[in-house]
Design a protein around this ligand. Sequence first.
Ligand SMILES: Cc1ncc(COP(=O)(O)O)c(C=O)c1O
Length: 455
Amino acid sequence: MRLRPPSESPEAAEARSDVLKAVEKYYRTRYGEASPFVPGQSPVPYAGRQFDEREMLSLVDASLDMWLTAGRFANAFERRFAHLLDRKYAALVNSGSSANLVAIMALTSPRLGEKRLRPGDEVITVAAGFPTTVSPIVRAGAVPVFLDVDLQTGNVLVDRLDSALSDRTRAVVLAHTLGNPFDLARVSGFCKAHDLWLVEDNCDALGSRYGGRLTSTFGDMATASFYPPHHITMGEGGAVVTSDSTLKVLVESFRDWGRDCWCAPGISDTCNKRFDWKLGDLPHGYDHKYIYSHLGYNLKVTDMQAALGLAQLDKLEGFVAARRSNWSFLRERLQKYEEHLVLPEATADSEPSWFGFLMTVRPEAPFSRAEIVHCLEDRGIATRMLFGGNLLRQPAFVDVPHRVVGGLDNTDALMNRGFWIGVYPGLTEAMKEHVVSCFDSFIASKSGRAGKGVE
Ligand SMILES: Cc1ncc(COP(=O)(O)O)c(C=O)c1O
């Protein structure tokens, strides 16, 4: 879907159309034909950007406006993204990490009164995951309280939520691990019962559903990442979605330098009293454009990023279907190795939009994680660890004040024996067959039963 171009002279419109025709030709010439897959030689990535001429056209179209910062493409993306996720608002930012940062910082705003997150307050989360789900909690001066996860779903052990609660608990911040929703019924029920904020880190789970409802629609806020391995990409990009109008204003304030003014870039006097405010110790009438109610950042996107994202949104449904089908293929074909590998399971009552295929080598398996990972990598198959493993064992986290409730045995098991491989839409049948045949030959060689598992 192409956005209507801005008003321009007929000559400029014609030149724009010539440029776009040339771009289409460039795409076809440069990227039109995929090189054939050679098992063992060609890479099998764990993820990667999926694009065709439509992304390039949208990107160049936006660049011709020379608007450069967030503009008509960003506005259109925010509207469509909010609608897609059934939320009232979406705020684009420059990464998923920035989305988590502004979502957590929004909770620290004095405008939230008694409910605000203050230094020393506690936030329940997990240590098996990506660092920037947790680091904003620490930056806000709050204390992360870590719970263990389930090995098959990769998600929080909800039975431990009650014992993590204290009179300082203010929020729960969790990611849907590798696209698999955490138990939203239990977690959102817990948050409601104790009047806690819930932030869903949906960076790896765009399109996932729980109880038929999209993830991102359960929390007070949810975040997304548009970094290339993710479900859709802008190169760099992210978003916060919410249906709460107060949180929307706070998120945008932290994103946009901490300003009090809510005018879009290039617009003035949306409030109709630009020179009539009296805030802080500033003189009455000080220009609202330069009044700052928060210690903010500048985490906005450019219109080129948003334009790319718009072209990707058109394809999201197909991307999600491909991820599901690739995951199911691997689940079915690797089922026979359950004896050696803890295989992933979708959370009950969920339909994940998978980011990856998680496995944990069992302690009694006749091979180690290092051996299977090296074997796969040697044959061109990209593997990944579950991000930071146990975040508490990362150098950045060793001195971070925190609490652990109930031990982190599975988190350590994932750190020591877990890994995942890709399910992204770029996988072809030949690639998937190659992946399975590498498992087959490796495990047969280690089991001392040549031929075991080979189809
Ligand atoms: C769960 C999770 N949250 C946040 C992020 C950060 O996203 P970004 O790379 O866009 O900063 C990632 C990155 O992959 C992630 O996996």
